[in-house]
Design a protein around this ligand. Structure first.
Ligand code: MN
Length: 247
């Protein structure tokens, strides 16, 4: 418990704000605990959670082959390489949680940055999608989106722009900042908004992978089509729970 509250303080300090957003830590999200902080299990610190659906369940938005390769090859490699990086840098990272390591990522190697980010981002991404989509948020999150962005459609347009205009490989995000505001941002490569080197910092609520490996088999160069279709599989129930735990 001691270490978890330290972690939260550090996140808030990193974000440059104080005293708000109680619970900005994965400790309040038990369903994510396994994948984000396993502890040292015989030299294996982190594991992929099983996908919450089958490879073909997100069709036609994301085809089964893309899902299978993405999960079993790309994402699995980040997890493996994160465990390798942990072997080398364990003394700095400890087992206090990936969110803490990410918050101090400038102190670590490029290998840790790329693979801690890669593991975290994909574990979140899988859970942000579902074959039983709600299509739009409701409750507190819906109200906050309307207040912040004007409307759900305006939010989707702005998020879509962030995803389309992220040059090269990277991610688009909806985050909650340490002063409890919703923001849209994007990051290059496998960086994310928890990292101390991120331009815009906060806790990711929703993330979209815009690496070509996420869409190229079906969409080729048409990233905007992938983004437009992706709204049809977003797991708003999951995103809402994250928001309600943190806001
Ligand atoms: Mn990916």
């Amino acid at each position: 418990m001691e270490k978890k509250s330290t972690s939260r303080r550090e996140f808030l300090a990193t974000a440059g704000k104080a005293g708000v957003a109680a619970g900005l830590s994965f400790t309040v999200l038990p369903s994510l605990a396994n994948s984000f902080n396993n502890g040292n299990l015989g030299g294996e610190w982190y594991r992929q959670d099983p996908l919450p659906y089958s490879y073909k369940d997100l069709e036609p938005v994301i085809d089964a082959m893309t899902m299978e390769i993405h999960y079993t090859k790309h994402a699995a490699t980040y997890t493996k390489n994160l465990n390798d990086a942990m072997k080398e840098e364990y003394k700095k990272a400890g087992i206090e949680g990936l969110d803490r390591t990410l918050g101090e990522i400038s102190k670590y190697s490029a290998k840790m940055r790329n693979n801690a980010g890669g593991h975290y981002n994909h574990e979140l991404f899988w859970k942000c999608m579902t074959n039983k989509p709600a299509l739009k948020p409701s409750g507190k999150l819906s109200a906050a989106i309307d207040k912040t962005f004007g409307s759900f459609d305006a939010f989707k347009t702005q998020f879509g722009e962030a995803a389309k205009t992220r040059f090269g490989s990277g991610w688009a995000w909806l985050i909650i900042t340490a002063d409890n505001k919703l923001k849209i941002t994007s990051t290059p490569n496998q960086d994310n908004p928890l990292m101390d080197i991120a331009e815009v910092k906060g806790m990711p609520l929703l993330g979209l992978d815009v690496w070509e490996h996420a869409y190229y088999l079906k969409y080729q160069n048409k990233r905007p089509d992938y983004i437009a279709n992706w709204w049809g599989i977003v797991n708003w129930e999951f995103v809402q729970k994250r928001y309600e735990s943190l806001a």
